[in-house]
Design a protein around this ligand. Structure first.
Ligand SMILES: C[S@@+](CC[C@H](N)C(=O)[O-])C[C@H]1O[C@@H](n2cnc3c(N)ncnc32)[C@H](O)[C@@H]1O
Length: 178
């Protein structure tokens, strides 16, 4: 959506940078080395981390400013990542394409089935974002972008659960496609 692009571009122009998440460093090596997809990658720290670990990484974000910063960072750090500026609902996910898909701090329920399809058999999904308890920390946060408690576990119940954690306002799921 154009409003999302405008909102996020403004944040990235103001200096926002995305972060490397402990959950990624803890679990990425459960995936077979191969192709990885970083959904809503922001300024690309996670994508670059995976590229350095030997994955061939596709990564996208709606913010062209974030993608520009991500490309600059990758160039500086001497790694190749296939960055794209595109809406999550318009990205071509493909079928049985990825060994690893990561989704950090982004929620669009319309892509759940695409994530499932685009993982290879035995492919690993690492998904972490805020849940509905987040409104106790940030009352102004749009509830549409917050997981219900137990939601990820229900949505990916056909996957093999590796790790699931709902500590206060954050939900983490690590699971393999059977
Ligand atoms: C909270 S940031 C998370 C960035 C990164 N994944 C991280 O964990 O640091 C949310 C990201 O989602 C992106 N985003 C928002 N709406 C989007 C959409 N419709 N399609 C793709 N990316 C979107 C934003 O530009 C932003 O980079």
């Amino acid at each position: 959506m154009i409003e999302d692009r405008i909102k996020w571009n403004k944040r990235y122009l103001e200096g926002r940078e995305s972060a490397l998440h402990v959950t990624l460093t803890r679990f990425y090596n459960l995936a077979s080395p191969g192709k990885a997809l970083d959904i809503a990658c922001g300024t690309g720290e996670t994508s670059i981390f995976l590229a350095k670990k030997g994955f061939k990484v596709d990564a996208f974000d709606i913010s062209d400013i974030a993608i520009r910063k991500a490309r600059q960072r990758a160039r500086r750090e001497g790694v190749k990542v296939n960055f794209k500026s595109v809406d999550a609902e318009k990205f071509s996910y493909g079928v049985s394409k990825y060994d690893l898909i990561i989704n950090f701090y982004f929620l669009n329920r319309n892509i759940f089935s695409k994530i499932k399809r685009s993982l290879k058999q035995n492919g690993l999904l690492i998904f972490e974002t805020y849940n509905e308890e987040h409104t106790s920390v940030r009352p102004d946060f749009n509830p549409r972008y917050l997981l219900k408690k137990g939601e990820l576990e229900r949505v990916f119940r056909d996957f093999l659960l590796v790790y699931y954690c709902e500590v206060s306002n954050i939900t983490t799921l690590v699971a393999k496609k059977p």
